[in-house]
Design a protein. Sequence first.
Length: 424
Amino acid sequence: MIITIITFIIVFGVLVLVHEFGHYYFAKRAGILVREFSIGMGPKIWWKRKNGTTYTVRILPVGGYVRLAGNDDEDEEEMRPGTPLTLQLNGQNKVVTINTSSKSTLFQGIPLQLVDSDLTDGLWIKGFVNGNESEVKTYEVDHDAVVIERDGTQVQIAPRDVQFQSASLPARMMTNFAGPMNNFILSLLVFIVLGFTLAGVPTNSNQIGKVNANSVAARAGLKAGDRITHVGKVRVNNWSELATNLSSKPGQKVHLTYQRAGKTKSVTVKPKMVKQSKQKVGQIGIIEQQKTGIQARLLFGWQQFAQAGTLIFSVLGHMFTHGFILNDLGGPVAIYAGTSQATALGVNGVLNFLAMLSINLGIVNLLPIPALDGGKLLLNIIEAVIRRPIPEKAEGIVTMIGFMLLLILMILVTWNDIQRYFIR
């Protein structure tokens, strides 16, 4: 269990880190202020500020996020009129630190009861100093001033020029797409790494790589290098088609057509009946041809990536056309259960699991659902079509509705996963 928990934390952490780094990197390139880069959820256990971004690690290793300037309204909660604050000024009498937390103190800070503030355009803050309600004093706020939030985390303020909406539309679209894109890149790279960990990679060819001794194929005279072209009257072009047709005929006589040294030959075999996953399948004792070259291993990684993507799209398509049940979906609990199974298969099992999860996360995040990256991209596309920004209020309402629906779905999926995997 300890190994599974550690593996789960690593796998989930890598997925989140790679996804959020995509948003972070392209936001930085677009001049958008990344106020916070968080790994994990809940109370923070570590934080550090560097180059305008606060990096945090939080206690629950089940997610993460980037806070882009203009995409969060937490300052409005922290900076309500009447809030007691402490200000710190620089040599030009500009506010460089605004402390809203009771967990930290500012050296030589100015106590102020907030009356009003504008940290977006005007960059000023005013209130009663030292409890003197007879005079409202106004202070100019530095462009790069810091707010100490109630939990003690320091984040930079978000002036208009560094907000998400101030970036160009292509830059915003790239920032939204970058998270899923990074998941696709990670998945492809991991599948390629898997190809290099194997002694040889399958080619999905209809050519025999090896014939097991004393097997049905060996007794029939089949040899390595033979290329099977037909199973009965059915033409087979690759190993998948060959294996499917042979496995469906356990204990039945089958006529095989094959090529050897440029000549076409035929033989009749009777596949041995074998039980696999409580099903009877036919086997004749042949092994798929494998290659060890660099090009073959790279191609294997790409093929695995493409097959995984095709499978996920197929499952999603079936869900949308035939409806879905909660068992079709899985959350962190299902991922933990899958991690346990993958860990039992060793490093390669974990790598394959990570690659599958990464491409899954990328595709699901691109679904045109509000609050997901795909929903944000859809709004970007609408903005490009109508050639004007979507009203912030309308966008906020749509995003909030999508977020609430996703939250409800996540709760239902998590409870269903708990019942599936842990309640018997």
